[in-house]
Design a protein around this ligand. Structure first.
Ligand code: URA
Length: 257
């Protein structure tokens, strides 16, 4: 037996959190009965689960892709303002896939999409602290003090950002070019961090995420992740392919050898 939202995520209906929303919206039926509360479990082999009237089944085939998102696309499945979405750029894929996390409308670069709800959950969960690297071109005074402030963390929306890696990598006609790596995914985080230091981000591109590089993937194009890239993502958070354990737990304070 498996929890209903986990089952829906494994079928590629949505991420686990998205599946919870779909359940709350009263769009899910199990064996002819509407389910709107969490806590229901299903047997994948025997129970009939419908979403919006359509039977869903475990989809064994998973798809993992990297897209080089251009500016001018929203990272949602649909947009109430009618703007183009990242799914318009992968319309040649018949499988239903979803963005892993978000990039702003005006940010470009590496965006992962998949129908693997479990992986999406892991990669977007704040506890995972997945590293994300951006190249930012900014105007304003970038001095040692600004860099130290960004590295230590700045208060945005009332909460201090966690330590970041920040390096100046060049100068352009727009201003200073920096590489910044953060381990959180807060709304417009990089832009707000620079704003807090009196600088304006003029151009922002994500070049790395979770150990994957954007490389030379052309803007607006996508590629499938290789098997080793997928395995690498699946193994994040595990030590020697085993679940991470607390080294000091139940050992009278002694470390495991
Ligand atoms: N930080 C931002 O400000 N925007 C993004 O799209 C991603 C990170």
């Amino acid at each position: 037996m498996v929890r209903l939202q986990k089952f829906l995520a494994s079928c590629g209906v949505a991420s686990r959190r998205g599946a919870e929303d779909i359940i709350k919206q009263g769009r899910v039926w199990v064996n002819g009965e509407k389910v709107t509360q969490m806590g229901v479990t299903v047997d994948e082999d025997y129970d009939e689960v419908k979403v919006d009237g359509e039977v869903v089944r475990t989809e064994n085939k998973k798809m993992y892709i990297m897209l080089n998102k251009p500016v001018g696309f929203v990272t949602t499945v649909s947009d109430d303002k009618g703007r183009p979405t990242v799914l318009d750029l992968v319309s040649d894929i018949s499988m239903r896939i979803y963005p892993v996390g978000r990039l702003d409308y005006d940010t470009e670069g590496l965006l992962l999409l998949t129908n693997d709800g479990d992986l999406t959950y892991k990669l977007t969960h704040p506890k995972s602290e997945i590293p994300k690297t951006y190249v930012a071109e900014v105007t304003g005074n970038i001095n040692m003090e600004t860099l130290e402030k960004l590295r230590r963390g700045v208060v945005i929306d009332g909460v201090k950002t966690s330590p970041a890696t920040v390096e100046v990598v060049g100068a352009t006609r727009l201003g200073t070019k920096l590489e910044i790596t953060i381990h959180e995914g807060r709304n417009r985080q990089v832009r707000k961090m620079f704003e807090e230091c009196g600088c304006i981000v003029k151009h922002l591109e994500r070049i790395r995420e979770a150990g994957l590089n954007l490389g030379h993937l052309p803007r607006g194009k996508w590629r499938k992740l290789s098997e080793s890239e997928v395995n690498m993502l699946k193994n994040i958070g595990k030590v020697n392919n085993k679940p991470r354990y607390n080294k000091y737990k139940n050992r009278g304070g002694k470390k495991y050898e």
